[in-house]
Write a protein that binds this ligand. Structure first.
Ligand SMILES: [Mn+2]
Length: 488
């Protein structure tokens, strides 16, 4: 329940403890009690405790109640319940649950609903299972989605902007948001500054009959409202100091303002966030949209091998029956094209295999995606545990690393050598570094062809041996970032 805050008005320790068990640590949880005696029982708890009169509006105001706060009010059978609900509403509360502890309470809750139709009721039994968490999260999502839907509804021209060379997650997120905004390809453009290049992504567009417009900075500025999905405004330096809506699963960035944003870095894909948005407002998800989103979740999480969590699995299982599985298989069919085969052969001819490491420099491919493709390819070869493929694209040195079952982390390898001269990052099993060729040459020496590959192999082996050594003598692993001396 990212970003969910709950404020509970409680009268008994049992209910406070139950709510704590159900809500923390995923939600921010505060308790409001009437007297200091009850409050003292929670002196050393992880949640906030306030003492105050819950029939007073200012008690809720002081507790920072906002329209997005989930207010849970324990029904203790007293007549003051109605006044507590009134006070919470008057203080701006819109998401209100009345928690009944006895069977009579549900009748009282029904009576209360005739005055306040928007309140929800809840029983102790419902409290102990996951449905509560889900329901609270969904209510917050619903409110959030309805707000941005309203905000964007009167705009003439809406742009849904994606990052360069959009991947399946960006494409599916664009399509999903267009559905959420109830717009068509005429009234909401899905666009980017540099179009799709990877063959499998082009194939996805073709199979799903989707269009991504390529736009200039000038054209982008001409839209009434701009929403970004799977990317944040800092990605476009100087272009978007302000955005209307940002939905993304990459780490949150600063330096821009957005009217609405929903950033969830622990999610495996932006499509997962948007699946939750669609479910929260009960929108019909078409087969085409479900197919795109399912494929996106699968590919962004590498079928759950990369960072993924419960939410990704939930979204996946929700979309699965709605999607066209055959079409996904067509999109996935790892396309062997003639030009890819050229680089696979080149890598085989010039690469080297040492200690289960396959290392190859493939020269200057016309596109960057040949490099990860070749890296993936050689990880399938028997005895290969690390595949390290490098190449030069537009004066940039690019390295893709894949590993399988080796104890060392691929992300650590690229950070170890390339973090100081370019961008380097990744996970245990896959990583990538992109550095200016000049910076690479300054740090590691100026070489050509097979000598570059020799140097890369040295870096890999040095990294792997450094680890063996460190784990053997269990010393503080020396943080020497100098390149290793060259092997002869
Ligand atoms: Mn993504």
């Amino acid at each position: 329940m990212p970003g969910v805050r709950c404020l509970a008005v409680c009268h008994t320790e049992l209910v406070v403890r139950l709510l704590e068990a159900v809500l923390t640590p995923s939600a921010e949880f505060d308790v409001l009690v009437e007297g200091p005696a009850l409050a003292r029982r929670f002196d050393h708890s992880s949640f906030g405790v306030r003492v105050g009169d819950a029939t007073r509006v200012d008690t809720f105001v002081k507790a920072d109640l906002t329209p997005g706060t989930c207010v849970i009010i324990e029904d203790n059978g007293r007549r003051s319940l109605r006044r507590v609900v009134q006070a919470a509403r008057a203080a701006g509360g819109t998401l209100i649950w009345v928690l009944g502890t006895t069977p009579e309470d549900s009748k009282r809750a029904d009576a209360l609903k005739s005055t306040f139709p928007e309140i929800n009721s809840l029983t102790l039994a419902e409290l102990t299972g996951p449905p509560l968490q889900l329901e609270l999260g969904r209510s917050v999502d619903r409110q959030r989605v309805q707000q941005y839907q309203r905000y964007l509804s009167d705009a003439d021209r809406v742009l849904i902007l994606l990052h360069n060379d959009p991947d399946p997650d960006a494409i599916a997120s664009g399509l999903s948001l267009r559905n959420l905004l109830r717009r068509t390809r005429q009234t909401a453009i899905i666009g980017c500054m540099y179009g799709v290049t990877r063959p499998e992504n082009l194939r996805m567009l073709k199979l799903l009959d989707l269009q991504i417009e390529v736009l200039t900075a000038e054209q982008i500025k001409g839209f009434d409202r701009i929403a970004l999905v799977d990317v944040q405004p800092h990605y476009f330096p100087g272009l978007l100091p302000h955005a209307d809506l940002v939905i993304d699963h990459h780490p949150e960035q600063t330096g821009y303002n957005a009217v609405f944003k929903d950033i969830r870095p622990h999610y495996g894909s932006t499509s997962t966030i948007l699946t939750e948005h669609m479910r929260a407002v009960d929108i019909d998800i078409s087969e085409r949209t479900a197919t795109a989103m399912l494929y996106a979740i699968k590919s962004d999480t590498l079928f759950f091998n990369r960072q993924a969590n419960r939410a990704d699995l939930d979204a996946f299982s929700y979309l699965y029956p709605l999607a066209d599985a055959t079409m996904i298989r067509k999109m996935e069919g790892s396309e062997i094209t003639a030009e890819r085969l050229d680089f696979v052969i080149k890598a085989w001819q010039h690469g080297r295999m040492v200690e289960h490491v396959f290392c190859a420099f493939i020269g200057e491919p016309s596109r960057e995606d040949f490099i990860p493709y070749v890296a993936d390819f050689y990880l399938q070869l028997e005895n290969v545990q690390w595949s390290v493929i490098s190449g030069v694209v537009n004066d940039t040195f690019v390295v893709s690393v894949r590993n399988l079952g080796y104890s060392r982390n691929a992300g650590d390898f690229v950070r170890r050598w390339f973090n100081d001269i370019g961008s380097a990052g990744g996970h245990r099993t896959m990583a990538k570094a992109v550095v200016p060729l000049e910076a690479f040459q300054q740090k590691f020496g100026t070489y050509e062809g097979s000598r570059i590959n020799q140097r890369m192999l040295e870096l890999v082996l040095a990294f792997l041996h450094e680890y063996d050594k460190a784990s053997k003598d269990a010393k503080d692993p020396a943080k020497d970032t100098r390149p290793p001396r060259q092997l002869v």
